[in-house]
Write a protein that binds this ligand. Structure first.
Ligand code: PEP
Length: 258
């Protein structure tokens, strides 16, 4: 995948079935009516509903240029006696093209470590999905000035085992955990500094072309009023949006500010 501007909406544990359909339809009808980025391009938009909406939202996004569907998680197994799990192949068979892997809520609330996440990453790629792989430090790590080291370690343990051909098919989301759902956004300078660092890490592990082609999203209290400044940073290729993706007007305003 070449480097692209993407705005992805992570609906988390929100939206009953009919509410999710309404939201997806509203976003898709605006996109179909010709929403453009500030530079006049059709933005790439990814909607990540909970599982009960996956197939229906995939059906709605299927007919709209630039809009795709993602799952919020995938199992670390292919099939078997794993009650409650949904595999990457099942996600792909439901019509989704993307999957979020390693969101900080999965890491902290569900105890998913880099080893589990790297397996999910591999299985997602094998299923033909594009993983949006999330990394980011917690507040104590930033205050201790350990954020670069933490992010590098997450890449080394979770991602850098991939061959170059596989890395070309992933998206990275830098999500400082202290900014997720807190209203405390990283400043554009803080986001740019980390995104540039992540790109350098890929250049060092693989080579410059891999780094140049990598799409790196920012996530963490991104809203209509701060998105344009964050997205105008040279290494910020769009956003992974939580709270502000739940209202079509807010989400579309963010999409337009790419
Ligand atoms: C997220 O959940 O990925 C996220 C960035 O949430 P919020 O935008 O609400 O901070």
């Amino acid at each position: 995948m070449t480097r692209t501007k993407i705005v992805a909406g992570n609906w988390k544990l929100h939206k009953l079935y009919h509410e999710g359909i309404d939201l997806a339809e509203e976003i898709c009808s605006s996109m179909a009516a010709g929403i453009r980025t500030r530079s006049g391009e059709i933005p790439k938009v990814v909607l990540a509903p909970p599982y009960h909406l996956l197939n229906a939202v995939a059906g709605i996004t299927a007919g709209v240029t630039g809009v795709y569907t993602a799952a919020q998680n995938a199992a670390a197994e292919i099939s078997g006696a794993f009650t409650g799990e949904v595999s990457a192949q099942m996600i792909a068979s439901a019509g989704a093209g993307y999957v979020i892997i390693g969101h900080s809520e999965r890491r902290t609330l569900f105890g998913e470590d880099d080893a589990v996440l790297s397996r999910k990453l591999v299985l997602s790629l094998e299923a033909g999905l594009i993983p949006i792989y999330c990394i980011g430090e917690v507040l104590a790590q930033r205050l201790a000035n350990a954020h670069f080291e933490v992010v590098l370690q997450q890449l080394k343990s979770g991602v850098f085992h991939l061959e170059e051909e596989a890395v070309a098919r992933i998206v990275i989301a830098y999500e400082p955990v202290w900014a997720i759902g807190t209203g405390h956004t990283a400043t554009p300078d803080q986001a740019e500094e980390m995104h540039a660092f992540i790109r350098r890490c890929f250049a060092e592990r693989y080579h410059q072309a891999v780094a140049d082609n990598l799409t790196i999203l920012y996530g963490g209290s991104c809203k209509p009023d701060n998105a344009a400044e964050l997205f105008s940073q040279p290494d910020v290729d769009g956003g992974l949006i939580g709270g502000a993706s739940l209202k079509a007007a807010d989400f579309l305003a963010i999409v337009k500010s790419v």
